[in-house]
Ligand binder design. Sequence first.
Ligand code: NAD
Ligand code: UGA
Length: 463
Amino acid sequence: MIKNICCIGAGYVGGPTMAVIAQKCPHIKVTVVDLNEKRIAAWNDKYVNNIPIYEPGLSDVVAEARGRNLFFSTEVDKAIDEADMIFISVNTPTKTYGVGKGMAADLKYIELCARQIARVAKNDKIVVEKSTLPVRTASAIKDILDNTGNGVQFQILSNPEFLAEGTAVEDLFAPDRVLIGGDTTPEGQKAIQQLVDIYANWVPNDKILTTNVWSSELSKLTANAFLAQRVSSINALSELCEKTGADVNEVAKAIGLDSRIGPKFLKASVGFGGSCFQKDILNLVYIAKSYGLNEVADYWEQVVIMNDHQKRRFAKNIIKTLYNTVSGKKIAFLGWAFKKDTNDTRESAAIFVADDLLSEQATVTVYDPKVDSAQIQFDLNYLETRSEEANNKGVQTVDNPYEACKDAHAIAVLTEWDEFKTYDWQKIYDNMLKPAFVFDGRNILNKEELEKIGFIYQGIGSR
Ligand code: NAD
Ligand code: UGA
């Protein structure tokens, strides 16, 4: 029975996943390690609300388990040495250099972990791929472990994570399924069972699915590709709705009632963001191309192309509607995170819309309930479109939505935070320049009410 778990990577996946395992399995010691000292210090902050990731319910889980059987540390070697089972939950971003630049997953952090485990391990270990990886990565990890290790036995399992940010704790408490892939050998099957036994502490058996390792690796990329494809499909139709007088919300409802299609993931938007959809699809495209499957690659690439188009056309529409110039105009952004209930901004549509507006010499004032000014500047500087000074000058961050909207020519809703719906919209209108425009990139505000106040309102996918 597994008594001691180590997880390498204390990020959006490693942190919440291990916190929940520790909470549900008080008999297992769980140590989450990371090279990032600041992040580990934040996980250990005596005020549990200061943990580095905002997720509803997470601080309660951490408060219960931390110090009991959940530990956060920078001592990676020690945690590897003590563990029977090691989860690798490090980042696997898109490569920014060399072969596969802009497409393939960068596996350097994964390889470093494998080499470190091989160097440190003095007894048999089960190594679990928690990060999202290209299909067949397990064989590379196995090669490294077997050829550079101390002669101990390793079993590699694939256990991809399907949680969504903003609902991570909920998703971990009651997952649609847990997927575990491993070798078909008796040793592989034994390792699978040991991981099954951990999840069985709170997940019903019929939701724990076991497969071979390649199916498991590929299922993760496939799940994200299908989800993102739904968003791009509805977004593609949103543009047609705007031209024809159809309403995308009505179309989504009508098709979603077909039980074969289902109602979820059909919300038209300013475009999907987040650290994974784009990266995982590009990775899938790269893998397909590397096997010479060009039609397969093109098919999936279109999902990302459509998403880029959706973000761009939102910005273009703002410029066009504001009489073809936003130069010197103040545009208020409500929301910067890539979705509500998270402080994560990676690949958020807001970044790209702001970038386009800044290029047209607009000034942008941002209010997001969970994102601070330093993060917003970081996100824009990362694009390298203009100097840091210019980004600094062009974008202001405030901690009050009414201040953000004061004297603005237009408001753009970039994230679907619930609180935006409850604002005093009359007060906001009174303090704006006229005509007062609202571009609702999430279709969350009440069009009729806003128009009654006097706003010129434009949502996505309707006239
Ligand atoms: P993240 O960037 O938030 O966290 C990764 C952490 O790993 C970082 O804190 C980094 O410092 C640490 N790290 C990197 N190399 C290390 C090393 N050699 N030793 C110790 N620590 C190291 O990333 P994330 O969002 O948690 O994603 C991790 C993986 O999970 C990715 O493969 C991602 O695709 C996948 N995933 C993410 C989500 C999500 O919602 N974010 C959901 C499912 C799957
Ligand atoms: C997504 C998947 O939902 C998770 O299952 C997966 O584990 C994770 O990626 C991952 O691998 O990282 P996440 O990116 O956290 O989770 O959030 P989603 O709820 O999937 O939203 C992604 C983006 O799509 C957001 O920008 C969201 O606003 C947008 N979206 C989603 C829409 O525009 N319309 C929708 O109908 C649904």
